[in-house]
Design a protein around this ligand. Structure first.
Ligand code: KG4
Ligand code: ZN
Length: 360
């Protein structure tokens, strides 16, 4: 295998990820130190705690990534790093680390947009995987994460036209919130997904916000409806509701009710995401569909979109779940494209907490 060797660093949120990527697509190593256990007791990310954990783990993660790939920092062609969007303190740890490596080893530095990383996860090849065709342009991509929900059109590499985005909460945020309301462990997304898989009855109905013909999304109404429905179910089981429920976390709904409500909520989210993505693909004449971001690890979303895409003869590219959630490899895939296109960042690279991928 030839092509540039990229060392890539991701620290925008609560995962410290470092990878080595060769020839723009091939993962040589991809090490992620997750902070889930650190943030679980508070039920959410505490930014300063996250930044300190990145500081604690970034050197061991680098050592492991280099050892796994069997390379030295001297061998790499460039250092790529997430510079936004994300939590400022978390971003600064990765950026400063990347700058230091680039300066000490005299390597080019490439700043990467985190969302672009989620998109480029679709191009990645695992270490032992055979060659696979690249996603074909023009394509439509749905990126669904804890902080973002958006549909974009790509007619070529590194160019994006924003078709739609959330007007309130991100899809992952809604999963996390409903998980908390159901008394499920942090993070809510995977827990709601597991609970939904156990549902026997599939008739819990939650509202869908279609927002007319637009490609935008809204999940705040669904969240409110979920809160009301969960309270009704709790009252039905003689449990405290509303504020009182928060003070008695051990008074949980029955497993059957949690499963049924998780399924109903997930079905509403998946329905809207899949319907709009397919419509966008058809209306823009897309030749393939890409799905990415942490919520793309959701089995129901993956299988429903796969079915709808297949019935229209549209190839769907979805990275395996570990490449959908935050990791360094996706930053390497996007960074390698930027590096190949001649892009270089200076050592003045700064954290951009609300960096947009593309403007409308
Ligand atoms: O992309 P990501 O790792 O971090 C951000 O950039 O935000 O996404 C994290 C989000 C969280 O909201 C998490 O609950 C959600 O992705 N998530 C899931 C699943 N796995 C992770 N949501 C639904 N089903 C899943 N299986
Ligand atoms: Zn992410």
């Amino acid at each position: 295998m030839s092509g540039p060797l990229i060392l890539s660093i991701e620290s925008s949120c609560d995962e410290t990820g470092i990878a080595l990527i060769e020839g723009e697509r091939r993962i040589l190593s991809n090490v992620v130190a997750s902070q889930v256990a650190i943030h679980a007791p508070s039920g959410g990310i505490v930014p300063e705690v996250a930044a300190r954990a990145h500081l604690r783990w970034i050197v061991p993660v680098l050592d492991e990534a280099l050892a796994d790939a069997g390379v030295r920092v001297e061998d790499v062609d460039a250092v790529a790093v997430t510079h936004g969007p994300g939590l400022a303190g978390s971003l600064l740890v990765g950026i400063n680390f990347a700058k230091t490596l680039a300066w000490v080893h005299d390597k080019p530095l490439v700043g990467v947009n985190h969302l672009e990383g989620h998109l480029y996860a679709a191009w990645l090849l695992d270490p032992g995987e055979g060659e696979r065709e690249e996603p074909v342009f023009p394509l439509v991509a749905l990126i669904v994460s804890g902080g973002h929900t958006f549909l974009v059109e790509m007619r070529d590499h590194l160019t994006y036209r924003l078709l739609g985005q959330t007007v309130d909460d991100a899809a992952g945020e809604a999963f996390d919130k409903v998980g908390r309301l159901l008394g499920l462990p942090y993070p809510g997304g995977p827990a709601v997904s597991r609970a939904a898989d156990a549902a026997v009855r599939h008739d819990a109905a939650f509202p869908r916000a279609w927002l007319g013909d637009s490609y935008d999304f809204s999940f705040s109404g669904l969240k409110t409806a979920a809160r009301r429905t969960i309270d009704e179910a709790r009252a039905g089981e003689g449990l405290p509701t509303g504020r009182a429920a928060e003070e008695e976390p051990e008074a949980r709904l029955s497993e059957a009710a949690v499963a049924e409500l998780s399924w109903g909520f997930q079905d509403a989210v998946v329905d809207v995401l899949v319907t709009k993505t397919i419509r966008a693909a058809e209306e823009t004449g897309a030749r393939s569909i890409v799905l990415g971001g942490g919520v793309a690890a959701n089995g129901a979303l993956r299988s429903r979109l796969a079915g709808e895409a297949e019935s229209r003869g549209l190839p769907l590219i979805v990275p395996r779940p570990a490449l959908c959630t935050d990791n360094g490899a996706m930053i390497g895939a996007a960074g390698a494209r930027r590096f190949a296109g001649g892009e270089r960042s200076t050592l003045a690279l700064d954290a951009s907490p609300s960096l947009p991928l593309a403007r409308r």
